[in-house]
Ligand binder design. Structure first.
Ligand code: NAD
Length: 172
């Protein structure tokens, strides 16, 4: 079985990591689709698809996952929801089922005949990308909210400054 897990991963946190760990227990292979790949340098999507790719890969390496079983594929959004599943399918290797809690993702894949599995939430109030971005912005202890590989990468690309600067604008 090959599973698809789609998210924006802005940024990748402990919740995402636990979901991946569980999916790999239940399936032989996993495709991690980086959604909204065209987005970066905005309040909701501060990191590029390439940066998110590197962050995810660094986490997988750090956790010693078998990389031969995992594909990471950036997927841009499509401004027509009814065609989005076909668009995703055209961009990623074949898959048997999809893991998501996002209501729009679930309904679109269900309508297309796919089995959609809810992922158990891991400390959702603590482990959420929105909370990480807000904590960075407020000068809080964001480092405890993300795995060490995510923390190191954000520090290396001056991600904290980027998030603060992006949020100082009233335009995005
Ligand atoms: P996300 O990174 O916020 O979340 C990814 C997944 O991880 C979600 O299923 C979420 O529930 C889960 N998750 C988050 N925190 C968790 C935790 N603590 N424990 C367990 N699970 C946790 O990404 P997202 O916003 O759900 O990504 C969906 C993507 O699909 C977006 O890029 C969106 O634009 C794209 N999309 C595009 C279209 C279109 O282009 N027409 C339509 C639908 C969806």
């Amino acid at each position: 079985m090959r599973a698809l897990y789609i998210g924006r991963f802005q940024p990748f946190h402990f919740g995402h990591l636990e979901v991946i760990r569980n999916i790999l227990i239940e399936n032989d292979e996993l495709i991690i689709a980086i959604g909204s790949a065209q987005e970066s340098h905005t309040k909701k999507n501060p990191f590029t698809a390439g940066e998110r790719f590197e962050i995810i890969r660094a986490n997988l390496v750090h956790e010693k996952f078998d990389l031969s079983k995992i594909y990471i594929v950036p997927v841009e959004d499509l401004n027509r929801n009814s065609l989005w599943v076909a668009h995703v399918r055209s961009m990623v290797p074949r898959f048997d089922k999809i893991y998501s809690n996002e209501p729009l993702v679930k309904i679109l894949f269900n309508d297309a005949g796919y089995s959609v599995v809810n992922t158990p939430l891991f400390s959702r109030s603590e482990y959420s990308s929105t909370k990480v971005r807000e904590t960075i912005l407020n000068g809080g202890d964001w480092e405890k909210l993300v795995p060490v590989a995510t923390r190191d990468y954000i520090l290396r690309v001056n991600g904290v400054d980027r998030i603060v600067h992006i949020n100082s604008s009233d335009k995005c």
